[in-house]
Design a protein around this ligand. Structure first.
Ligand SMILES: CSCC[C@H](NC=O)C(=O)O
Ligand SMILES: [Zn+2]
Ligand SMILES: [Zn+2]
Length: 356
């Protein structure tokens, strides 16, 4: 148990050489809510239609991956394989709301240290093309609430220095920045979504009556900061926008990740070498990218475990968190084949400098 009511389940397949670090196959157990009325089938029945599409909340995010890990290990064991490195499967809670009651705590516990993870796989995203996306880093979620205070009064008057005017200035600064980043992404075909910083205005709060000018109003933003951004300078920029709007404008964080890490995707990283080699042997095309949102990989990378985000779903639209989340059975089953090969390769990576 990592926190009250939050359990991490670990399944272990011991390797033949216990001095080697292990392979961690992570997946989260929780899913996001549904709007049932917008679904073609009951989202909690895992209904398979006549074409072979499996409809379910979690079909992509990420029950598919948890089951594929289990099936790949089952197959390898059934075929009598035995690898040098231990394989652990971790099933964690709370990912969808930030992992604060899950992986964030687990990586600090002795039980995690005891796993001696050398490398981890975690979730990725579907890819609508023939290729498979693999994620080597993530953007940092910064959830920021800007609160503006000003002079109240009667709604019929030209009150000076109102909370709304100053909040409007901050909103404009931030949405102007948003547009700049959007243009930067749009104008450069080499840039993928995760390589620029995104922001959305997601909440506006304040006011009590039409004819009362409120003394305070707030706006909440979901920033996803690209991993190459200087975070100190970025926070100063936020401060600058608030200050420029006038007196009494402050901000606070509801989420603030400050330890972005990059898992190398070249042959200097033996795990990448084994992973990409196995994919090449299967004729899979890989598209390495930065994960646009946040997963538990960030906690693993931050404690020094190199991690790749990979959900083997090609020719599949990205439907996580969406209505009618679904996955074709053929893609799902091929994913089991893919993990079977990947695990054989990863659990056979020879002794590394950090091992023993
Ligand atoms: C920032 S904590 C929330 C984590 C969440 N992860 C999956 O969707 C996300 O919004 O990216
Ligand atoms: Zn997920
Ligand atoms: Zn999710």
């Amino acid at each position: 148990m990592v926190a009250p009511g939050n359990v991490v389940t670990v399944l272990t397949w011991p390797g033949s050489n216990p001095t080697l670090s292990s392979i961690l196959l992570n997946s989260h157990m929780d899913v996001v809510p549904v709007f049932k009325e917008h679904w073609s089938h009951d989202p909690f029945e895992a209904f398979k239609d006549s074409e072979g599409y499996i409809y379910a909340r979690g079909a992509q995010d990420m029950k598919c991956v948890s089951i594929q890990y289990l099936e790949a290990v089952r197959r390898l064991k059934g075929e009598g394989h035995h690898f040098p490195r231990t394989i652990h499967m971790t099933f964690v809670p709370d990912e969808e709301v930030g992992g604060h009651q899950g992986m964030e705590l687990f990586v600090q516990q002795p039980e995690f240290q005891a796993l001696r993870a050398g490398f981890a796989l975690d979730e990725g995203l579907a890819n609508p093309t023939d290729a498979f996306t693999v994620f080597y880093s993530e953007r940092s979620p910064w959830w920021v609430r800007v609160t503006s205070t000003g002079r109240p009064g009667h709604g019929s008057r030209f009150i000076e220095d109102t909370a709304a005017e100053k909040l409007h200035k901050v909103v404009t600064s931030i949405l102007t920045f948003r547009e700049k980043e959007r243009q930067r992404l749009q104008s450069n075909p080499h840039l993928k979504e995760g390589a620029v910083t995104s922001v959305n205005l997601t909440k506006l709060e304040g006011g009590v009556a039409y004819n009362v000018v409120p003394a305070t109003m707030s706006a909440s933003f979901d920033f996803r900061v690209a991993p190459d951004v200087d975070l100190k300078a970025f926070e100063e920029q936020l401060q600058g926008w608030c200050q420029a709007a006038g007196e009494g404008v402050t901000f606070e964080f509801a989420q603030k990740w400050t330890k972005p890490r990059v898992t190398p995707t070249d042959d200097s990283n033996p795990w990448w070498k084994a992973f990409s080699r196995a994919c090449k042997d299967m004729n899979l095309t890989l598209e390495p990218e930065i994960f646009p949102a946040a997963t538990d990989s960030r906690y693993l990378r931050a404690v020094g475990v190199p991690a790749l985000g990979f959900s083997p779903m090609n020719r599949t639209p990205v439907l996580l968190h969406d209505h009618d989340e679904r996955l074709h059975e053929a893609v799902f089953l091929r994913g089991v084949d893919i993990y079977t090969r990947l695990l054989s390769a990863l659990a056979s990576v020879p002794t590394l400098p950090g091992d023993s």
